[in-house]
Design a protein around this ligand. Structure first.
Ligand SMILES: [Zn+2]
Length: 178
């Protein structure tokens, strides 16, 4: 399996994982948008991340999310818009659905990375190719998520995968422009 993190250049895994080991720890709840199945463990995590992503783009929506402390289904569009921006930047399109897993905090994300990769790396986020999951914590930024969305997109479109350096160049391109 392969995990692509924001701050690392190369994380290639050739280890076999059991099905059980592939199941992320914790109890997950699910909401769905056009492109994503979005998993979270606690409702405030979904609120926090969605608010952070929305506030720079849709002021009124962000206010509604902040006030109600809930994320109405229509506000999940921010994740789809981010993916549309990623596809536009790379001039590539895919309609395959992906997952986003929102971990409560950086420690939980880092623990999950370590569990899957069986090593420690200073990752801000990572893409788990095995289950098409963009893994972030609730404080992730647009650029961090854009980077991982680029990994997810290229993973879906290229067979076989292009060299890791090329994947990171594309992800870095999105990260700095989104
Ligand atoms: Zn990367």
């Amino acid at each position: 399996m392969k995990l692509c993190g924001v701050t690392i250049l190369v994380v290639a895994m050739a280890l076999a994982f059991s099905v059980k080991a592939e199941e992320p720890a914790g109890t997950w709840q699910l909401v769905e948008s056009k492109y994503f199945r979005i998993y979270y463990q606690d409702a405030p995590d979904l609120v926090r991340l969605t608010y952070r992503l929305t506030r720079g783009k849709h002021k009124e929506s962000a206010q509604r999310i902040k006030k109600s402390r809930t994320v109405p289904p229509e506000e999940l569009k921010i994740y789809d818009e981010l993916y549309e921006d990623t596809m536009r930047l790379l001039g590539m399109r895919s309609s395959e659905r992906l997952a986003i897993r929102i971990y409560p905090d950086y420690e939980a994300l880092a623990r999950e990375y370590e569990r899957l990769a069986r090593k420690k790396d200073p990752v801000l986020a990572f893409y788990n190719q095995r289950n098409d999951s963009i893994c972030v914590d609730a404080s992730a930024t647009r650029s961090v998520i854009g980077h991982e969305m680029a990994h997810a997109l290229t993973d879906k479109l290229f067979m076989p995968d292009p060299p890791l350096e090329v994947q990171e160049l594309l992800a870095g391109y999105v990260q700095t422009r989104i």
